[in-house]
Design a protein. Structure first.
Length: 468
């Protein structure tokens, strides 16, 4: 929030100076802070798919038109040959603060100690866990402007996650609250007593500006069921919290003989609930004859949502390719990003796989913008509608020979790849690694060439556009 206010102040001051200068010089008054000129806009929320210019003023989308004159903006960026889309939304992400483990937020977590030392001293296998949460702003590298943490924290640990990570991120961070009060703490995610419906619902309602749903995951997947671990405890309690707080539930699920996938998506899941990891190895997506399992369409007819949630263990081409060929594309793209997969995975990578399977780019953008926005009941996101936050991605579609991999270490070849060239969040240019919006260094304003002597000197930057 502080950064947003600063950015607005900077933009307003900049605007005032330029208006004054323009009036003196009798030149046209710039109406916009930023103009993305000449790009191909894909904005499925508004049914737009064609050449348009996009203008931004004080952090909001101000105009989307066929031709906006360049002299109407303070900063003009030539994006011809590129796609301009609403900032992408990744609804399955795991935040940390630069190496924090997923259970960092639990006050008694052994991972607060030095892991190797703690392992030696306590012999507790949990203290040997590698940190799993990744910095939220890593998402900006894929054109993502909103991420939704998928249950890293629960009712008892959410405040810490909020204060240590969410409140400091430049990317917008929302969250599914884990039905388990301690969040993702390995073994503790199995403790039914920790799945407290009232604490869950109270927390969702208290932080309804950030928490958009409930998450259940990893529940009792190996050992025999017994009295302390009823078959559907995690799913039932997550749904009860979803009912109480009137929010959707995201399921990470493992079928077993006592609880089938069909039971989950045809009985337990409510309309609007989300099955993430849909192409994981454990689901009967394709039947023995190679045909798509009809329960998927039956569930869709009931309003159940299917999400990718790729991750390090939840995406198999044997499911994905055959399902997509038969017309079943997940409703939303998402990464399940954590440190176990961030070296190879990104939102761009996930979307590139589907592009290479033949899903048109405009359809993919729909599944990375307006669809996830509606899944989390935030229709104001994922759109370039006038007056909304100027969250914008500039994407390039590369053509060539590319290799893609799945979680079963199989590969698929493709001829297309999506790469983010620029990411704008509330009007600020936060990611622009090739300098699309920057001036050639020799042409920078004079203060760029200053050697600062004292703190408080004019910053040696080539322009004054807000970039952090
Ligand atoms: Zn996950």
């Amino acid at each position: 929030m502080r950064q947003t206010v600063e950015a607005i102040c900077t933009l307003t001051a900049l605007f005032a100076v330029l208006v004054a200068n323009a009036q003196v010089a009798n030149t046209p008054v710039p109406r916009y802070d930023l103009l993305l000129k000449g790009g191909h806009v894909i904005d499925p929320a508004n049914g737009l798919d064609g050449k348009r210019d996009v203008a931004v003023l004080v952090g909001k989308v101000a105009a989307v038109e066929k031709d906006i004159p360049a002299n109407e903006a303070l900063k003009v960026v030539d994006v011809s040959g590129l796609y301009v889309t609403p900032g992408l939304i990744d609804i399955h992400y795991h935040v940390g603060h630069g190496g924090a483990p997923l259970n960092w937020f639990a006050p008694d977590s052994p991972d607060h100690e030095v892991p190797a030392l703690a392992a030696l001293l306590t012999a507790d296998p949990r203290s040997q866990l590698a940190p799993l949460g990744v910095p939220a702003d890593l998402a900006l590298q894929s054109g993502v402007t909103t991420i939704v943490d998928a249950g890293t924290a629960g009712a008892d640990t959410f405040l810490q996650e909020k204060e240590e990570v969410i409140d400091h991120a430049k990317v917008r961070v929302l969250a599914f609250l884990n039905i388990v009060a301690d969040g993702m703490t390995g073994g503790l995610e199995q403790t039914v007593d920790q799945m407290d419906v009232k604490r869950c619902a109270d927390t969702v309602l208290r932080y309804s500006d950030i928490i958009v749903g409930v998450k259940t995951a990893h529940y009792w997947t190996q050992k025999p069921l017994e009295e302390l671990h009823p078959t559907w405890a995690a799913v039932d309690r997550a749904v009860a919290c979803g009912e109480a707080a009137k929010v959707p539930v995201m399921f990470d699920f493992w079928p077993r003989p006592e609880r089938s996938y069909a039971d989950l998506i045809l009985e337990k899941a409510r309309p609007g609930d989300i099955h993430t990891h849909v192409f994981a190895q454990q689901f009967p997506i394709v039947l023995e004859d190679g045909k798509l399992n009809p329960i998927l369409q039956q569930a869709r007819n009931r309003g159940v949502i299917f999400d990718v949630g790729h991750g390090a263990g939840s995406f198999w081409f044997r499911n994905a390719v055959r399902a997509v060929k038969q017309g079943f594309v997940p409703d939303s793209m998402s990464t399940d990003l954590h440190t176990g997969d961030f070296l190879i995975l990104s939102m761009s990578n996930v979307m590139s796989k589907f592009l290479s399977m033949g899903v048109p780019l405009s359809d993919l953008i729909r599944r990375a913008t307006v669809n996830p926005a509606h899944e989390i009941h935030r229709p104001e996101l994922g759109t370039l509608s006038i007056g909304k936050d100027a969250d914008i991605a500039v994407l390039d579609e590369l053509h060539g020979h590319f290799g893609y991999i799945d979680c079963g270490y199989a590969k698929m070849e493709g001829t297309s790849q999506i790469v983010a060239r620029m990411t704008i969040r509330a009007g600020r240019i936060l990611y622009d690694p090739s300098g699309l919006s920057m001036v050639q260094w020799e042409k920078a304003r004079p203060q760029y060439f200053n050697i600062p002597m004292l703190q408080g000197s004019l910053p040696a930057t080539a322009d004054s556009y807000p970039r952090n």
